[in-house]
Design a protein around this ligand. Structure first.
Ligand code: F6P
Length: 369
């Protein structure tokens, strides 16, 4: 039986480059370095306890926190090192920023500096590492400001504060039952599965599209008391199912690895919400704009899905800080548009939603009085 004809990641990138006849190849070389870092992380994840990378990097758990004040795992630190070491040598980068590093990372001699900025979360969903649940790496590539390229100076935080619309490429690697790389270079979204025999990412999911309708949503419901009214309304209506205003049942999922939820949505549709809430007034959301929300947002838009803060399209948001957090809602277009509409209708969202007592319910308040 003939083998199915499959492209490797390298072949796919060469095909994509044909769209830019003047391109130097630096961009593709950088993406292949990122893919190499992801393969190395996949190996560490696969060895788990045997590789000695589970648990905290320091015996004193209290000191093992990252810039976000979150518990760091050994694998967070190891993954960050894979990203920096595999990408700094190639001469393509002006600098890097990561969830695990307080300040931008400088490309130092003997390495050459280049024209791109790499922003990444080396291990998303790391609370799942010790329980052997899917985690992943998320990355985004931006062009460095021209003055940085011309001068070759050290990068500073302000160089990275570019809206998501300016991303040149974004993607994630998923360390699950199979290792996958899902990527967009601005021309749709393609998924690659790591062939463990060849050690190559093979194109298995060309042109991923998110269906516009869905009956599946994902949210951490333990935060319900902190949600804003439009989010409460949306979730209440989904939970009311067939007997509620939506007239159909919804399913709910929560993996607590955003990258895995994003993958599910790219594969079969759905909505993900980690919205702005009142849990901690100092944090306007849980997820980070530059290396979590923006790259996933770029992929979603490239796959025909919609991405929002609830109030505005996410990719248009002008960042103000490297580690800024934001409320994030993405997924099947018609559902995200509905959630945005609820945000734009503040008066209606004040009304408690209940399938029997709501505006369209059987027992309207005035009818009972
Ligand atoms: O830090 C990011 C992250 O791990 C996401 O991958 C995930 O969606 C979220 O945090 C989980 O948060 P929580 O523990 O509040 O459900």
């Amino acid at each position: 039986m003939p083998l199915p004809r499959r492209y490797t990641l390298t072949q796919y990138l060469i095909e994509q480059r044909r769209r830019f006849p003047g391109a130097s190849g630096d961009f593709n070389a950088l993406l292949l370095d990122v893919a190499l870092a992801c393969k190395a992380i996949a190996r560490s994840v696969a060895f788990g306890e045997l590789g000695g990378v589970l648990g905290h990097p320091s015996a004193d758990v209290a000191t093992a926190v990252n810039v976000q004040g979150e518990q760091q795992k050994k694998l967070d630190v190891v993954s960050n090192e894979y990203f920096t070491q595999m990408t700094e040598w190639g001469g393509h980068l002006a600098g890097m920023a990561s969830e695990e590093m307080d300040a931008p990372y400088q490309i130092a001699a003997p390495h050459q500096r280049g024209k791109y900025l790499l922003v990444f979360d080396p291990l998303d969903g790391s609370s799942n590492i010790d329980v052997n649940v899917t985690v992943g790496s998320i990355f985004s590539i931006l062009r460095a400001p021209q003055e940085v390229i011309d001068s070759g100076r050290d990068v500073v935080e302000a160089d990275f504060l570019q809206p998501g619309t300016r991303q040149l490429a974004a993607g994630y690697a998923l360390y699950g039952p199979t290792t996958m790389l899902v990527l967009s270079v601005g021309n749709g979204v393609a998924g690659f599965t790591l062939d463990p025999n060849l050690g190559q990412f093979m194109l298995t999911h060309p042109d991923i599209q998110v269906p516009p309708d869905t009956q599946e949503f994902a949210i951490n419901a333990s935060n319900a008391r902190f949600w804003e009214a439009p989010v409460k309304r949306y979730v209440d209506e989904c939970l009311a199912g067939q007997t509620g205003p939506r007239g159909k049942d919804f399913n709910m999922r929560w993996i607590a690895s955003m990258v895995a939820e994003a993958h599910r949505i790219l594969m079969r549709g759905g909505v993900f919400m980690y919205p702005r809430d009142s849990k901690d007034p100092a944090k306007p959301g849980r997820l980070r704009l530059l290396y979590e929300a923006n790259p996933i947002g770029f992929l979603m838009e490239q796959a025909g899905a919609r991405v929002s803060t609830g109030r505005e399209p996410l990719l248009g948001v002008a960042p103000t800080a490297l580690h800024q957090r934001i409320g994030l809602i993405f997924g099947s277009r018609h559902e995200v548009e509905r959630i945005e509409r609820y945000h734009a209708e503040p008066s209606r969202t004040e009304e408690p939603v209940h399938p029997l007592f709501g505006e369209r319910g059987l027992f309207r308040a005035e009818a009972l009085s």
